[in-house]
Design a protein around this ligand. Structure first.
Ligand SMILES: Nc1nc2c(c(=O)[nH]1)N[C@H]1C(S)=C(S)[C@@H](COP(=O)(O)O)O[C@H]1N2
Ligand SMILES: [Mo]
Length: 169
């Protein structure tokens, strides 16, 4: 009797955290053009060994924005996009670092500790959607003006523009 009463609660307790996490939902197929492909140590895929995202899928993961100066512009600009953390959570990334690559084959390794600075995948700057011509469609941007330590070539080098691939390792 007792067990029958408790069973539903036990079930909920067992399912709880995993079923609430967005990473548990299967990743849909992109309907628009793929602008970001994630590979490596990830739990969610929608192509063999890869998680592919179109713009809408990325936007559905959340919004983040900040105003900051950068290597590109000392005049502070408004960067808007999706938190890098939300994207990595969505694919169930498990690793220590990500290798970020760009359309121009630039590549850099970003330690996952950097997520503490809440970098974003910027999709627009000062309200203008980023095109490939101006460092889009995705640009990893750190909130430099919020943390003195980010004023460093290490982080500038991790500010990958024309980003199109992330490999979790
Ligand atoms: N796609 C891409 N992103 C990149 C780079 C690059 O060559 N290609 N260079 C990096 C380096 S080393 C720095 S210091 C900053 C500076 O960007 P800037 O050359 O536009 O000033 O961008 C980083 N992001
Ligand atoms: Mo650099």
């Amino acid at each position: 009797m007792m067990l029958r009463l408790l069973a539903p609660f036990l079930l909920i307790a067992l399912m709880g955290p995993a079923s609430l996490s967005r990473a548990a939902e299967p990743l849909p197929q992109p309907r628009g053009g793929v602008i970001l492909t994630i590979s490596g140590q990830i739990e969610q895929t929608n192509a063999p060994g890869q998680a592919r995202f179109d713009r809408e899928m990325l936007q559905s993961l959340g919004k983040a924005s900040f105003v900051t100066g950068s290597e590109v512009s000392e005049t502070p600009q408004l960067f808007e996009g999706v938190p890098l953390r939300a994207v990595l959570d969505r694919v169930g990334a498990r690793g220590r670092s990500i290798r970020a690559s760009a359309l121009n084959d630039y590549e850099v390794s970003i330690p996952l500790e950097d997520l503490r600075f809440e970098p974003i995948l910027a999709m627009s700057v000062d309200g203008r959607v980023l095109t490939m011509r101006d460092k889009g469609p995705l640009w990893i941007v750190y909130p430099r003006d919020a943390h003195e330590v980010l004023r460093d070539v290490r982080y500038y080098a991790r500010s990958v523009w024309q980003l199109n691939r992330l490999h979790v390792e």
